[in-house]
Design a protein around this ligand. Sequence first.
Ligand SMILES: Nc1ncnc2c1ncn2[C@@H]1O[C@H](COP(=O)(O)OP(=O)(O)OP(=O)(O)O)[C@@H](O)[C@H]1O
Ligand SMILES: [Mg+2]
Length: 293
Amino acid sequence: MDQAVGLREKKDTNRNPSISQPLNAFHRPVRVIAVSSGKGGVGKSTVVVNLAVAFDRLGQRVLIMDADLGLANIDIFLGLTPKQNISHVLKGTRQLREVLVNGPGKIRIMPASSGVQELTQLTDEQKLLFLEMLDELETDVDILLIDTAAGISDTVLYFNLAAQERIIVVTPEPTSLTDAYALIKVLHTRNGERHFRILSNAVENDQAGKAIFSKLSKVADHFLDGISLDYLGNIPSDPRIPAALMQQRPFIEVFPNAPAARSFRALAERIQKSSPHNNCGNVRFFWKRLLKI
Ligand SMILES: Nc1ncnc2c1ncn2[C@@H]1O[C@H](COP(=O)(O)OP(=O)(O)OP(=O)(O)O)[C@@H](O)[C@H]1O
Ligand SMILES: [Mg+2]
């Protein structure tokens, strides 16, 4: 079945090479998913790490881009100590492949950290050089997951606009809802972005998860024209999630049978089965949009 899909995609690409996208080894376009929230501390990095492990178990080759300048970075979640980040690549002292760090399974992490802001201020020459290096990665990646910072800074907006799919994480806290709305609103009104996937995190039960989504989508439908919010589901609140973080290990590895671990796996399967709203996305498109080439 998979093979048939691969062949079909390959055939379509051959039919019109002028619009072909760079494809990975299995001839599937890379999915680029930004995970954002508006409010800080609602579980973006938790979602990225656990989703990455769930995707890895599904046989997807995941690259995490840590695009958060804050303290709670992916390397802390996974007990890694990257010595270099994207800024070394931009300075020309390292190749992109050299700054990637291996995570659990086949997951790789691109530590962006202090290089994130520089990424949006490159010279044309640097942009092209960087794109060339990224092309090399294209063949080994199925999913690029971007852990963005909180808030609505220009950098957060850049990553959201450049990504092909956006997951907005919300929690039952009222400010999480208002901040998520503020992010959606600015992406919609300033940049015409219409599709957002909403994930309710740290909820008591399914009903509470859906209730958060209903509130957000009611306000968005009322005030923002042509907006489309999809409910991706929920992750239950579980005190073992911060406990796993203390051990610097992914929660779904430490507590694979916990309901929240099942939710992360179900979430990965749902995303894998769904098709992205915007089919023109892939890693090169993402970087070109991000770097404004
Ligand atoms: N479903 C959950 N149940 C219980 N605790 C959770 C859950 N999800 C996340 N947490 C905890 O909430 C805290 C914040 O999570 P995390 O660091 O992932 O948020 P973040 O949105 O990435 O934060 P920041 O904006 O600072 O980057 C962590 O201690 C994490 O363990
Ligand atoms: Mg974080």
